[in-house]
Design a protein around this ligand. Structure first.
Ligand code: HEC
Ligand code: HEC
Ligand code: HEC
Ligand code: HEC
Ligand code: HEC
Ligand code: HEC
Length: 498
């Protein structure tokens, strides 16, 4: 038999190394081929193709080289090249059986490796992989996601998409993330906003059509005050969502900001984009209006260097699926359903206190929540513990559930670290611009009027008559704070303690 490689290549160690390297190389080509035919980009698949398999490839090559060097060494010592390949005689039944088993075994092994690596590749693309494999890291995002309107939308639909450019970026960051997790190098909490999220045009707009006109949507919210009686009240808001399709008629409402007819660009001073001193709106005719904050002090220099961004879906809907709810609305909601009984005196206040404690682990928090609520009744209303025991127990269970879904002390993740920009009560949100303190040089104010974005249709307090008007009523703050709710941003009081 003619040998094409130098003699030192032909030794059993090098041949095994070559086989391993060859098969792995084949598998890598196979996966790259499959991926090129896939309809969607699969970023984490890179972990198999570009991280796991290459390890075997390198291992195979290392074994190959080791064999060659060993052979050279033997040569120096004067030992002969020793590889004698087995002689196979297919007429010999023993040889025949061995040969057939070996051939069949080899083919099966190849098939299984191909199948196995394909499965591994599919798995890296699943939501389970995103959410569960890096369990402690992604637990907050995954848990919040499972209880959100997008629970059935795959992680990759929003986080990765088509386009070669993003493909490469996702590959690199996917592999980097693997490293970060393996060596515990990831930040806690995971910083938001994520810098390499693709523009909304390529994610949200795969499913949502920006030109769609939404009619007004009614929201009815029920609240309970943090007093002994859990004083109940409700508000009825008509959200003016609207639309931005200039071809179909006048554009109006909240979705007026949609990038179609109008373009809104802003400058932010902080990474979280919460402090916005400068906003520009541009009409289709190219007319520009620039609003500057009268509150935020900023020099022209730092303004010129500030982060500039054109507004899209994410600037309002920044928590479409990883929604960490503040405690007050969650408790209000369960009290309105009766799952936390409003008949328990002071239950709103004590639940708030229990949820907002400083905790370092989840099990510790869940224990303390039970003890806090139970302790409160033991000290203040001992009769409740005997007459309404089941209500107290189910309140504790529900408050623990709120905690589990919205607080992740190990990852230092909760609603305060991830402000939701859709609204203005618990974080500045819309009031980052619409705070009544953004003014043009001509003195035009970016509106904070309570009926710009929603019509307050009705408000009803316990022991009071219903105030209602289709044209919108004057807001009444549930506790008397004078005119503070008009002067200040709601979140100045509500994000600190509530
Ligand atoms: C409906 C679209 C959507 C889906 C589905 C989605 N995400 Fe997100 N994700 C976002 C947006 C939007 C952000 C915040 C981006 C920003 O503020 O810049 C985000 C942020 C994150 C962050 C950064 C931390 C944070 O909370 O801001 C992580 C981690 C994350 N997502 C993981 C996941 C995982 C894991 C899944 C699947 C279980 C998933 N995402 C599914 C849209 C989505
Ligand atoms: C793969 C398709 C898909 C993508 C991508 C997607 N969504 Fe959705 N979205 C849906 C579906 C389906 C619903 C309706 C869920 C339901 O009503 O059960 C929905 C609902 C919503 C809602 C209404 C939520 C509510 O409270 O009822 C908003 C707001 C929204 N999406 C915004 C976004 C934003 C912002 C993005 C981009 C970050 C996005 N979506 C990306 C499919 C998608
Ligand atoms: C100026 C902020 C803002 C921008 C920009 C914005 N939205 Fe909205 N969107 C809202 C608000 C506010 C609501 C009403 C939420 C509510 O009712 O609580 C809403 C409602 C929605 C709904 C739900 C409608 C319904 O009937 O429940 C969808 C879907 C939606 N937006 C998708 C998008 C998409 C997609 C984009 C980007 C193309 C986008 N939005 C851009 C603020 C915005
Ligand atoms: C980055 C700054 C910015 C943010 C954040 C912002 N807006 Fe605006 N908004 C503007 C500008 C600029 C205008 C245009 C004012 C003008 O020149 O008429 C506007 C106008 C509006 C209008 C009036 C549209 C019309 O019919 O003329 C509504 C309604 C509105 N915004 C709702 C919202 C809501 C709701 C949010 C929060 C979810 C929000 N905005 C967040 C900058 C912002
Ligand atoms: C720039 C638009 C805008 C302006 C101006 C505005 N709001 Fe709102 N408001 C919103 C949006 C958007 C939400 C809904 C958030 C959500 O979907 O939960 C909201 C929600 C609310 C809620 C319910 C909050 C909750 O989550 O329980 C109240 C109460 C409210 N607004 C009162 C007011 C009052 C009072 C004013 C006048 C000082 C005002 N709003 C001005 C956009 C606006
Ligand atoms: C000066 C501080 C302050 C400002 C500013 C303020 N609030 Fe309040 N708010 C309070 C206090 C105090 C309570 C009573 C808390 C309780 O009993 O739960 C309250 C209660 C509420 C509640 C009921 C909360 C719940 O958990 O049930 C709502 C809703 C509310 N405020 C809306 C607003 C809105 C909307 C704005 C802005 C337009 C605003 N507040 C501005 C101090 C403030």
């Amino acid at each position: 038999m003619k040998r094409i490689f130098p003699p030192s290549f032909y030794n059993i160690i090098t041949l095994i190394g070559t086989a391993v390297a060859g098969v792995t190389f084949g598998l890598i080509l196979f996966l790259i081929l499959i991926e090129s035919m896939a309809a969607q980009e699969k970023p984490y698949m890179g972990i198999v193709t570009f991280v796991i398999l290459p390890v075997f490839l390198l291992l195979g090559i290392a074994v190959m080289i080791f064999g060659i060097m060993r052979e050279h060494h033997r040569e120096k010592l004067g030992k002969p090249h020793s590889l004698r390949l087995p002689q196979i005689d297919l007429n010999n039944p023993k040889h025949r059986t061995a040969f057939v088993s070996f051939a069949v075994g080899g083919v099966l092994l190849l098939l299984f490796s191909a199948f196995g690596s394909f499965k591994a590749y599919e798995y890296t693309d699943s939501d389970q992989f995103c959410g569960e494999t890096c369990h402690s890291v992604m637990e907050p995002e995954y848990t919040a996601y499972q209880f959100s309107p997008h629970a059935k939308v795959g992680c990759v639909q929003c986080h990765i998409g088509s386009g070669a450019d993003w493909f490469v970026r996702a590959k690199i960051s996917g592999s980097y993330q693997l490293y970060a997790v393996a060596f515990n190098k990831y930040p806690k909490p995971i910083p938001t906003p994520i810098e390499n999220l693709r523009p909304a045009q390529e994610t949200c707009e795969q499913c949502h059509w920006p030109k769609h006109f939404f009619s007004e949507k009614q929201r009815v919210n029920t609240y309970f005050l943090a007093d002994d009686d859990n004083t109940k009240w409700s508000i009825n808001l008509l959200m003016k969502i609207g639309g931005g399709n200039i071809e179909a008629g006048p554009t109006s409402g909240i979705h007026w900001h949609m990038n179609i007819a109008h373009e809104v660009t802003y400058k932010a001073l902080d990474r979280e984009r919460q402090v916005i001193p400068w906003v520009r709106s541009r009409t289709p005719e190219g007319e520009e209006t620039i609003y500057r904050s009268t509150e935020v002090e900023v020099t022209e220099d730092s303004l010129a260097n500030a982060f500039t961004r054109r507004m899209d879906c994410i600037d309002c809907h920044n928590r479409p699926t990883h929604i960490y709810h503040p405690p007050a609305p969650s408790i209000n909601h369960l009290m309105a359903l009766g799952w936390i009984s409003p008949a328990l005196p002071g239950i709103k206040a004590v639940s708030l206190e229990a949820l907002e404690g400083e905790y370092s682990t989840k099990p510790g928090a869940l224990d303390t929540i039970g003890a806090t609520i139970e302790g409160y009744y033991r000290d203040n209303h001992p009769e409740i513990l005997s007459t309404m025991r089941t209500a107290v127990d189910s309140a504790i269970a529900e408050v623990r559930k709120i905690y589990s879904r919205n607080y992740f002390p190990e990852m230092r993740t909760d609603w305060k670290k991830f402000p939701d920009n859709l609204g203005h009560l618990y974080s500045p949100g819309c009031f980052r611009c619409h705070d009544g303190k953004h003014v043009t040089d001509q003195g035009k104010v970016l509106s904070k009027d309570c009926n710009t974005c929603h019509t307050i249709l009705a408000q009803k307090f316990e022991n009071d008559s219903l105030r209602i008007s289709l044209g919108g009523i004057q807001y009444r703050h549930p506790v008397d704070i004078g005119g503070a709710w008009m002067e200040m941003n709601c979140s100045e009081c509500h994000s600190a303690t509530q």
